[in-house]
Write a protein of this length. Structure first.
Length: 186
């Protein structure tokens, strides 16, 4: 782990389903909130049988075929290099996202498959929880990322794509960090 103040890295993955032990990562995006650096890649899936195991609802949501994501799939060597780049970006840093537990589980599994060491922080930052505190939203009321984007006036130019979701989520984290808390209410 590096000796620096941890930075927030927004990560979003599009997958062939909900279970990292069954399904594959189909698209990855990461954005460093401090530097603005972006990483986006379409890895070779780890399982040859991923299409037969893919969840129809997941594939409809991420529009894998409609967006022709498969046309940008990296070869296996370039895939490993891209995962190494992501591990370097995450080294000592914190994953943030609209559902960081989901994204982290798939990222961790893929890194393990490729034997890529990643020494990221075990801490995660969830957009909805952060927004609830800053915007004074009832924490018991579920807020989707789309709801939060609407509240902040953010347009997700390509919803349910890794890069579109990561960019919109990064904009939301930045917008929330600029909002001043109402100290009189506290």
């Amino acid at each position: 782990m590096t000796d620096h103040q941890p930075r927030l890295i927004v990560v979003d993955v599009e997958t062939s389903g909900l279970d990292p032990d069954v399904h594959d990562v189909l698209e990855v995006a990461a954005i460093d909130l401090d530097t603005g650096a972006e990483l986006h890649f379409v890895p070779t899936p780890t399982r040859r049988s991923w299409r037969t195991r893919a969840s129809d609802p997941a594939m409809r949501v991420n529009r894998y075929y409609e967006r022709a994501v498969y046309e940008r799939t990296l070869d296996p060597a370039a895939t490993r290099t891209a995962w190494e780049e992501l591990a370097t970006m995450l080294d000592g840093n914190i994953i943030g996202g609209a559902n960081p537990w989901f994204d982290a589980a798939f990222v961790d599994r893929a890194l393990g498959f490729h034997s890529v060491e990643c020494r990221r922080s075990h801490r995660l930052r969830d957009l909805a929880t952060y927004a609830a505190g800053v915007l004074r939203i009832d924490i018991s009321e579920p807020s989707s990322a789309a709801d939060i984007f609407d509240m902040l006036g953010i347009s997700n130019e390509e919803a349910h794509s890794a890069l579109g979701d990561a960019r919109a989520t990064a904009m939301a984290f930045r917008a929330l960090s600029r909002k001043q808390p109402d100290l009189e209410v506290l």
